[in-house]
Design a protein around this ligand. Structure first.
Ligand code: 6PG
Length: 269
């Protein structure tokens, strides 16, 4: 049973003068993580979040004008999704479509190495099928969790991450790997990895930009522990490390750090 355990997490936050510089660092870190995983384990497993913020970093990964594309082990990469909207893959809201347009259409990653959440199906069926895919492809046994080499996360102004929205059922899912989640705030269903799966990631990285994220981010890192209100507080990687790549606007209410330096917080809960 993967019940939430109280533990401290070493949070490292890096602040960049622009979303472009933040995205460059995300692309650099992704390529480095994947190259290291492929070299040491023969396979590199990347779980991507959707939304808008990751778009640029994915374009940079694909760009022939930057070194990241050539560093990526495309023939050893397996690409997974952190969450998906309950829409077809060609819908403008689809996370898969965003990743396809930003990355997949431009890189030599074989389609069979892309593990898409089938948002076109009823959310319950899509989640169950993705859970089966994870269990079968990764040969998971019993309560074993998948260990992605990198999990990328965003954060909404309401403090949600993945499709773990405030006051929704998925916040309490500690057994499943992938679950449907009804989000009354958006009157929609989502499909999402659960917090225990995200927390099993070897490198869990938030990518957050924009002034509308500064207040929730302060509350999440420095405020009281209230994951019902701020689900991003559920993200406490088993590795004990959590990294946030931020632009200046999102970091406006965090302790200031010198240019090029990194802030560090010990968040114990
Ligand atoms: C999604 C994402 C979600 C996203 C946040 C931030 O499906 O939308 O997985 O968790 O990361 O909503 O979105 P932006 O990057 O667009 O601000």
């Amino acid at each position: 049973m993967n019940v939430p355990v109280k533990k401290s997490v070493a949070v490292t936050y890096c602040v960049y003068d622009s979303p472009e510089l933040m995205s460059l660092e995300m692309a650099r870190r992704t390529a480095a993580d994947m190259a290291q995983a492929a070299a040491s384990r023969g396979v590199a497993r990347l779980a991507l979040s959707g939304g808008n913020t990751p778009r640029r970093s994915l374009q940079l990964l694909a760009s022939e004008d930057h070194p990241f594309r050539d560093q990526m082990p495309w023939d050893k990469l397996e690409l997974y999704f952190v969450d998906e909207r309950n829409v077809p893959p060609d819908d403008k809201e689809s996370n898969y479509r965003m990743v396809k347009e930003s990355l997949l259409d431009h890189v030599p990653l074989a389609p069979e190495r892309v593990f898409r959440m089938e948002g076109e199906l009823p959310a319950q069926e899509a989640a169950a099928r993705y859970e089966s895919t994870l269990r079968n492809h990764l040969r998971l046994e019993g309560a074993e969790l998948p260990a992605f080499d990198m999990v990328t996360l965003g954060m909404g102004p309401d403090g949600h991450t993945a499709s773990l929205f405030p006051h929704t059922q998925a916040l309490h899912e500690w057994m499943g790997l992938c679950v449907p989640n009804h989000v009354p705030q958006k009157d929609t269903w989502r499909i999402t990895l659960t917090a225990p799966v995200i927390n099993r990631g070897r490198d869990v990285v938030f990518l957050i930009a924009g002034a509308d994220k500064s207040e929730p981010l302060r509350e999440i890192l420095l405020g009281a522990y209230d994951p019902e209100k701020y689900p991003s507080q559920l993200i406490r990687p088993a590795s004990g490390q959590l990294t946030l790549l931020l632009d200046r606007a999102a970091a406006a209410e965090l302790p200031p750090i010198a240019d090029g330096d990194a802030g560090r917080l010990e968040v114990s809960r």
